[in-house]
Write a protein that binds this ligand. Structure first.
Ligand code: ATP
Ligand code: MG
Length: 398
């Protein structure tokens, strides 16, 4: 199988932006496959062709294509040249006839797409002619609605491509078409799924994690590092800001009534994240909030948290329940890591009875007793930055 043909859907709908979306997809594929060597990625009309020469690379290519946003489906295909001015399908029929015997099936259909409209036979003509040939050759029957096997044919300017299977891609939009966002990544189940959702819409996601040091161990950091590494397989490169939050929490505990702590923590997280959003030239903040899930996510508290910043806060999981989110986490591959025990800063100084309906005025009153600006400045000054170039992880200096 020397080719993978990549099909996109939403990308194709983008009118005059189509070139840009296509270019991002090609760029992403080139970067993700570059270590394989001898790989060519080219945009053909309406599809992208990945050419490779070494058969053993198929599995790596398959794994990469199935996690490249913007791809609706792909197939491993063979080609047969089209002789100029000829409508003869003999070589195509014979090639398919030879290969089809490797597949177990009783019924089949042929599905042709003619990208090159100047080719004088229509898609239906090709379906019929190749179908009749295969019936005769194999003795098998055509079943258009529920075939055991589908033969896909694509007619391009200089060649036919044929394949026997279409494999699903993840859909969405190519990485880099949705700008950059900052995702508040905890060690839990939800925020990695929120990050994935935004990646799927074409965003590059930068992570910020708040850890409980100096009062807690590095356990949550290691977990978040693993989560960031897993998520990097979708966007190839990530940055992770590690913010020391333990001292800020201690200040809040000293000055504010216990039931308000959680909302005060969240507002501080937003203030600090804004600084990274600015530094990274991002356009929004992202959280894994889901309405009503815990005390910080009641309508009232979400509103008070949102009020603290003029940046858009995206909450892609807001309407999902835990079962749906968990299922997504399993599909994405972050679930197993998320459920490992840790010491998240959220477990530090958590009140037994958090207020589920904090009033903005009360919260602001507490904040007047805190050196907000000093706390943000210190957090930003002391931040550690890590970098992940899939699959490597490394800590770097800011
Ligand atoms: P998750 O499963 O993502 O941890 P959760 O259900 O535990 O979410 P909360 O603890 O209320 O809910 O957190 C809500 C959101 O706030 C998280 O999804 C995340 O975006 C952000 N957040 C919470 N704790 C942290 C943290 N320590 N570092 C970074 N972001 C955090
Ligand atoms: Mg959490």
């Amino acid at each position: 199988m020397p080719f993978a043909l990549v099909h996109y859907h939403e990308v194709a709908l983008k009118g005059r932006n189509r070139g840009f979306f296509e270019q991002r997809l090609v760029h992403h594929l080139r970067s993700s496959l570059k270590d394989l060597g001898h790989i060519q990625v080219e945009a053909l009309p309406g599809r992208i062709r990945v050419t490779f020469s070494e058969a053993h690379t198929v599995e790596t290519i398959r794994a990469q294509l199935s996690r490249t946003f913007g791809i609706v489906n792909f197939s491993f295909a063979q080609s047969v040249p089209i002789d100029q001015f000829s409508t003869d399908l003999t070589r195509l029929k014979e090639a398919i006839g030879r290969e089809i015997s490797a597949y177990p099936f009783q019924t089949f259909r042929v599905t042709t797409k003619r990208a090159e409209k100047r080719f004088p036979k229509t898609s239906v003509d090709v379906d019929r002619e190749v179908g009749a040939y295969l019936c005769e050759q194999t003795g098998k029957r055509v079943n258009l609605s529920h075939p055991d096997l589908t033969v896909f044919i694509e007619v391009l300017e200089k060649e036919f491509y044929y394949s026997f299977k279409r494999e699903p891609g993840p859909g969405g939009l190519p990485t880099g078409t949705g700008g950059k966002v900052i995702c508040l990544l905890s060690g839990g189940i939800d925020s990695p799924v929120a990050a994935y959702r935004m990646m799927k819409r074409g965003c590059k996601v930068v992570f910020v994690h708040f850890h409980g040091r100096p009062y807690l161990s590095r356990a949550s950091e290691e977990k978040v590092r693993d989560l960031a590494t897993l998520l990097t397989s979708y966007q190839l490169y990530s940055r992770l800001y590690l913010v020391s939050f333990g001292e800020i929490q201690r200040q809040i505990v000293l000055k504010a009534p216990a039931p308000m702590r959680v909302v005060l923590y969240r507002r501080m997280m937003m203030r600090i994240s804004e600084a990274f959003a600015e530094r990274e030239n991002a356009w929004a903040l992202v959280t894994g909030d889901s309405l009503g899930q815990v005390a910080s996510q009641t309508p009232e508290n979400l509103r008070v948290v949102t009020e603290v910043t003029s940046w858009p806060i995206l909450r892609p999981l807001i309407g999902m329940d835990k079962i749906e989110i968990t299922k997504d986490a399993q599909t994405i591959g972050t679930f197993e890591t998320s459920i490992e025990p840790d010491e998240d800063c959220c477990t530090l100084f958590v009140p037994p009875h958090p207020n589920t309906r904090c009033q903005l005025e009360q919260v602001q009153q507490c904040e007047r007793m805190l050196d907000l600006r000093g706390m943000v400045e210190q957090a930003v000054e002391q931040v550690e930055l890590a970098e992940c170039t899939y699959p490597e992880y490394s800590r770097i200096q800011v």
